[in-house]
Write a protein of this length. Structure first.
Lengths: 485, 493
């Protein structure tokens, strides 16, 4: 279903392209050996290179290159064997060199794509224009002192990947899906932790609008540094509405850089001075061009993990899961791994139901991630085994599961401790059935009078009498037999 | 005794130390005293006599234990103030680095320190190595120890003018400098000393305040070719901290001297004749060719057709890189800061006060040529010219082993001359810039005196990483020229 903004002059379509800055998972920075841990005391992870001391020179961190190549391959993109680092020159207090080392005309990674799984179960490809490597700047702290700005260079020189999409996205929802998918791919690859709160994934949002049916692109604006998926979606929605209003009031949209104000859910134009740079890009003479070999790229490709799309296909084909369930399970590598551990040697669909409905429900309620789950995959599997072996009923299993969530205990032990083991002893169940029949002659008469629907009521009574532990199948069979006689 | 010690060549001093004829402490004291006496030259920005004495004592102690580090152990040298030196102020000749004392040693100075060399101090230089007369230093001009016929003070050349003046005036046994477009060779010619710019990548740039990264190269300046060869051996070597440092072995450069020029083909590039070049320079060049021929070389005329484009290309590429390299001097982290009402104002005040006129000019030129709309016409085109110039050399070296050219178009000129005409000043580098653009090793050897009694050098240019052939040819040229003139003594009064 197309996302259109209804204006007075007709429907408007939104065209969105995203530039994502993803921090590369690496213990050292892109051009120095300094550490990259989040949350360290200011200016404690700064080498002489990061502080741009006189005479210091950058040396490329090979692991960061490997991570970026891995990401490119994960985006099904072409890896360029020859790429060039350039200097992007501008002055800012938290940019010690007075330039950012980036890639411009010859990036490491060329065109690729990301598959979006849309809400209606369909999927569609979003083009990736390029991925290049660059170094991060430091951080200016303006709010610590009324008259001064403090500079923290811990982030200075940290390796980033800038991933630029084609203007293929058409709604805030698609943008959200794209970001989540990109994040999932990088997390599968271990190349970016995708943590937007900690700034390890940031997004510049390019938005334009056009009349439904138009094929040319109109002027776009760029909203900088939006730092959550929700904010990206809000920024797009607001910016698209704003542009429509501008056009409909007879104005023109200016190509400009804007900022998103999360408190007001709005974008606002930056002052021209804040972005009017001529970056004077030129190849960094301190660094040789980056030359890779086919063998190097292929060795990384050969070691790639299974990615969400492939995993989803396998879950659907191999386990018979619905596209929706498979999509939910593969969204995070940890979830998929958890699910696979539960499903191994068991009924895959039951496993999927338990993970998606019960486990996710419990985790959401407790605000925990899958990694923090009190119920291990092994324990959940054993619970399913108890159901399969008719040791407990599905209803009892839910009770046991709640205890597991609270205590982290083992399913078998909980069943034994609480005496929840299902009654499969026919004699014992028979006694309970006889008792219920004996105590309810009126109901028996109704049944025998032809009201067979009442059988369910008898089952409930027997289950109640056995504390829910009677095997419901046996109860049903015995009741049928006895009521009919 | 003191005078005798400062008159030694570096190699003689090395032999004397080995023979136990004198100690490094004696050698160092003699040179530190000379440095002090010659302050009128303004060759040093920072003198480090106490540090030097400590290093000399340590060297002598090593030698007593029989563990001298090598040929440079105990040898007093001077260091251009562009090299970062741990615990010793480093200014790059600029006001903007006020108060900056590195916590680290450049790779080259660390290599020399490791080889036992004794640093006497940091020598004066053109600001950020931008200049050909040592007139742009925040710390004032350096005087050439050679005097004009009328007694006028002359420039030592630049930008490594403090280092060459110190070598020529016998204030040190050798000095290190850097050469971006001629900053070792041209002042060597002006001061009558040997100056060698190695192949780009031969010496690490790590810890050298950057001027133009794709051109900067450290090299030795000394009174003989042998001394330069000894020094280079201690300076060179691959350094993983400099991505442009070449992973090549360091040969025994001194051993290469004995090869001579027998059987060598020496090219004479016909394009190295420029308007306004003194006739005596041309005559010296011819003489140099004749000497090499007499020494057994074959002289071949060659063509380097793009030579005349080298200087303009250089004055685009070098300022472009400089404009970016000098962006880090912003008053935020170290050096000078001149407060302002906003960040931009602080930048403007700091950089306006911190950079001299020539540096500002080159930063502006560099900014201009990299700007949107001008990049293709200037920077990109200059890079193409650079490729053509390198190709000229490559082709020439298919037929010859080494090239012979003048080093500079004139002898040293008077302090204050050419200051109002930057183009005339830039022309000083016309013979040295092509080899810089091509990254080739080149040496200036003092070969004679001008009519005014001032030293003139000849330049030999070699194939990449073939410093050995260059040094061998330079050694033969030096022997044939028999240059033994020396400047008048300084500060004896």
């Amino acid at each position: 279903m197309a996302y259109l903004i209804a204006g007075e002059t007709g429907d408007w379509e939104v065209v969105i392209g995203l530039e994502v800055h993803a921090q590369i998972v690496s213990r050292a920075k892109l051009f120095s050996g300094a550490a990259t841990g989040f949350g360290a005391e200011p200016n404690t992870q700064v080498s002489l290179v990061d502080a741009a001391m006189p005479g210091m020179l950058p040396v490329i961190n090979g692991y960061c290159v490997e991570q970026a190549v891995r990401t490119g391959l994960g985006l099904k993109a072409q890896v360029n064997l020859h790429s060039v680092f350039e200097r992007k020159n501008y002055f800012y207090a938290d940019l010690p060199q007075g330039y950012q080392i980036s890639q411009y005309q010859q990036p490491l990674v060329g065109e690729g794509w990301v598959v979006l799984d849309l809400a209606d179960g369909s999927s569609r490809e979003v083009g990736i224009e390029r991925l290049h490597m660059e170094q991060d700047a430091g951080k200016s702290l303006h709010d610590r002192d009324p008259g001064r700005t403090f500079i923290d260079l811990n982030r200075s020189g940290i390796a980033l990947m800038e991933i630029v999409s084609r203007p293929d996205l058409r709604s805030p929802e698609e943008a959200g899906l794209y970001l989540r998918k990109l994040r999932a791919i990088m997390r599968y690859l271990g190349t970016c932790d995708g943590n937007m709160e900690q700034g390890s994934m940031r997004c510049d949002v390019n938005v334009s609008v056009r009349k439904a049916g138009e094929t040319d692109l109109r002027t776009r604006t760029e909203t900088k540094n939006v730092n959550s998926v929700r904010f990206v979606m809000q920024a797009i929605a607001h910016e698209a509405e704003r542009q429509v209003a501008v056009y409909e009031s007879g104005g023109t949209v200016e190509q400009e850089t804007r900022l998103f104000d999360p408190d007001r859910g709005e974008t606002r134009a930056m002052r021209a001075k804040e972005f009017a740079h001529d970056y004077r890009y030129f190849p960094d003479p301190d660094l040789l061009p980056l030359e890779l070999t086919e063998d190097y790229v292929e060795s990384i490709r050969a070691a790639l993990p299974e990615l969400p799309d492939e995993k989803k296909r396998r879950f659907m084909a191999g386990f018979g899961l619905s596209p929706y369930d498979a999509g939910v399970l593969v969204a995070e590598r940890e979830t998929a791994d958890f699910y696979e551990a539960v499903a191994r040697g068991r009924d895959a669909k039951t496993a999927a139901n338990w993970v998606i409905s019960n486990l996710f429900g419990a985790l959401n309620r407790k605000g925990l991630s899958i990694a923090e789950s009190p119920v291990s995959a092994e324990n959940l599997g054993r619970l399913l085994d108890l159901i399969a072996a008719d040791t407990i009923s599905g209803r009892i299993a839910k009770e046991v599961f709640e205890v597991m969530v609270e205590t982290g205990g083992d399913a078998g032990s909980i069943v034994e401790e609480k005496g929840l083991r299902q009654i499969t002893d026919t004699a014992e169940i028979e006694a309970a059935v006889d008792k219920v029949i004996a105590e309810n002659p009126d109901q028996v008469a109704k049944f025998r009078g032809g009201n067979e629907k009442i059988a369910g009521w008898f089952v409930g009574q027997v289950m109640k009498a056995t504390g829910g532990k009677a095997n419901p199948k046996l109860v049903g069979e015995l009741l049928k037999e006895k009521l009919r006689n | 005794m003191t005078a005798a010690l400062t008159d030694l060549t570096l190699a003689e001093a090395r032999d004397g130390l080995q023979a136990g004829s004198f100690s490094s402490v004696e050698l160092t004291r003699a040179h530190s005293a000379a440095v002090e006496r010659a302050r009128s030259l303004n060759a040093f920005i920072t003198e480090t006599p106490d540090l030097a004495l400590g290093l000399a004592e340590a060297s002598d102690a090593r030698r007593r234990r029989g563990g001298a580090a090598g040929p440079m152990d105990g040898i007093p040298i001077a260091v251009k103030d562009l090299f970062c030196t741990e615990g010793v102020s480093t200014t790059a000749g600029s006001h903007i680095l006020d108060g900056f004392t590195p916590t680290y040693d450049s790779t080259v100075t660390a290599n020399l320190k490791g080889a036992g060399a004794v640093m006497l101090g940091k020598t004066n230089m053109d600001e950020f190595a931008m200049g050909s007369a040592n007139m742009t230093s925040y710390y004032g001009p350096v005087k050439n120890p050679w005097k004009g016929g009328d007694g006028r003070d002359l420039v030592p050349g630049g930008s490594s003018g403090g280092s060459t003046a110190a070598v020529a005036a016998r204030l040190c046994l050798g000095a290190i400098g850097t050469d971006t477009g001629g900053s070792i060779r041209q002042p060597a010619s002006f001061c009558g000393v040997v100056g060698l710019k190695p192949t780009y990548g031969r010496c690490s740039r790590w810890g050298i305040v950057a001027f133009a990264s794709s051109l900067d190269q450290a090299g030795p300046m000394a009174r003989t070719v042998r001394d330069a060869a000894v020094m280079l051996g201690a300076m060179a070597g691959h350094d993983a901290r400099d991505s442009t440092s070449a992973p090549v072995d360091v040969p025994d450069f001194e051993a290469a001297l004995s090869a001579g020029v027998g059987g060598l083909k020496v090219g004479i590039p016909k394009e190295y004749v420029v308007d306004g070049m003194a006739a005596e320079i041309g005559r010296l060049w011819e003489k140099g060719a004749a000497w090499l021929k007499e020494s057994g070389a074959e002289i071949v005329e060659v063509s380097l057709p793009h030579t005349r484009h080298a200087l303009p290309a250089y004055y685009i590429v070098a300022p472009a890189e400089a404009s970016s390299n000098l962006a880090r001097y912003d008053g935020v982290r170290y050096g000078l800061r001149v407060a302002g009402g906003s960040l931009d104002e602080m930048y403007e005040n700091t950089r306006g006060a911190g950079f001299g006129a020539e540096v500002r000019r080159r930063v502006l030129i560099g900014t201009y040529v990299l700007s949107a709309g001008y990049y293709d016409a200037y920077y990109l085109k200059a890079q193409k010219v650079r490729t053509l110039i390198a190709e000229d050399f490559r082709r020439a070296f298919e037929t010859v082993d080494v090239l012979l050219t003048p080093t500079a178009p004139s002898a040293a000129f008077a302090i204050g001359e050419k200051m109002d005409d930057p183009i005339a000043m830039y022309l000083n580098d016309v013979f040295t810039v092509p080899a810089s653009l091509a990254g080739l090793p080149a040496i200036s050897v003092p070969a004679g005196l001008s009519a005014g009694g001032l030293p003139l050098g000849l330049q030999l240019i070699g194939r990449p990483f073939d410093e050995e052939t260059v040094l061998g040819a330079a050694h033969a040229l030096e022997a044939a020229a028999g240059f033994d003139a020396r400047p008048p003594p300084v500060g004896e009064a």
